[in-house]
Write a protein that binds this ligand. Structure first.
Ligand code: CA
Length: 241
C-alpha cells in the first residue's frame, strides 16, 4: 500500500513539528506550508490525499483558502480538516460551510487528530470506485448506486434514473456534506466547456428529488439557500432508522 500524503498548512512552526512527528509515526508522508499562498500552490502541485488547514494564517484566512481550493477543479475533491483555536459554534459552521470535511479545536489532541484523519481517508476510499475488478458500487446508509447498471438500489429494489440525474447523485454522494453551487456541479459533471445553463442543474436536481421521494429519500439532496446543493449523510442515516 502506498503512503498517504498529507499537506499541513500551519504558520506556527512548533505546531507543525509536533503534528509532523505524530503523523510520520503513523506512517503518513507529510508536506508543510507556513502560509496560505504556499499551501495553495502545494495543494495544486502535490495533490495530497488530505489537507490539514489552520484557521488563522498570516496572508489569508483558512476559510478563504478553503473556498479557493473548493473552487479549483484540481483541488476541490481533497478532504480538508480545519484546525481552529476558536471552537465556537459559529466558527465551526463557517468552516464547514466553506467546505471543510471536519474540524479540530486547538490545542489539538494528537490521538483525535489521527483518528479523524483515518476516518476521512477511509471515507474517501469508500466513496471512490476502484478498477474493473471491484463491483462498481457506491454505498451509503440509505442507498447503493450500481455504477455499471446506472441504477439505484433501495431496500433491495432497483430503479433507474435519467443519465444526468444519476450523474448528479453520484457526484454529490462522493462528497457528502459538501455544498456545490450550480456552476460547480456543471463544471464537475458536464465539463467546463459544456453549453448547459445553470438552470438546467436545478431541473435535474428537481427530477432527482422527485424520484427519490418515492423511497422517502428526497431529504438526502438538500438545497442550501444562496449556495447550492449537498448530499446530507445525516438525512440518509435518518431515513433508515
Ligand atoms: Ca495560525
Amino acid at each position: 500500500m502506498t503512503e498517504q500524503h498529507i499537506l499541513l498548512i500551519e504558520d506556527e512552526a512548533p505546531i507543525r513539528q509536533m503534528i509532523r512527528l505524530t503523523l510520520e509515526q503513523a506512517q503518513y508522508r507529510i508536506s508543510e506550508a507556513a502560509d496560505a499562498s504556499a499551501g495553495y500552490q502545494q495543494a495544486l502541485t502535490l495533490k495530497p490525499d488530505l489537507i490539514l488547514l489552520d484557521w488563522m494564517l498570516p496572508d489569508m484566512s483558512g476559510p478563504e483558502l478553503l473556498r479557493r481550493l473548493r473552487d479549483d477543479p484540481q483541488a476541490h475533491r481533497i478532504p480538508v480538516i480545519m484546525l481552529t483555536a476558536r471552537g465556537e459554534e459559529q466558527d465551526v459552521i463557517r468552516g464547514l460551510d466553506a467546505g471543510a470535511d471536519d474540524y479540530l479545536a486547538k490545542p489539538v489532541s494528537l490521538k483525535l487528530l489521527r483518528a479523524r484523519i483515518k476516518a476521512q481517508l477511509r471515507r474517501i476510499e469508500r466513496y471512490t470506485d476502484h478498477s474493473a475488478d471491484s463491483n462498481h458500487r457506491l454505498i451509503t446508509h440509505c442507498m447503493t448506486l450500481d455504477l455499471h447498471a446506472q441504477e439505484v438500489i433501495v431496500n433491495q429494489q432497483r430503479f433507474a434514473l435519467g443519465s444526468s440525474e444519476f450523474k448528479v447523485l453520484q457526484f454529490v454522494i462522493r462528497h457528502p456534506g459538501r455544498i456545490f453551487s450550480r456552476a460547480q456541479l456543471l463544471d464537475s459533471i458536464w465539463g467546463q466547456n459544456s453549453f448547459i445553463e445553470e438552470r438546467t442543474v436545478d431541473v435535474h436536481v428537481m427530477r432527482l428529488r422527485k424520484q427519490l421521494k418515492q423511497y422517502g429519500l428526497e431529504q438526502c439532496i438538500q438545497t442550501v439557500r444562496g449556495r447550492g446543493y449537498r448530499f446530507s449523510e445525516q438525512a440518509c442515516k435518518d431515513s433508515v432508522t
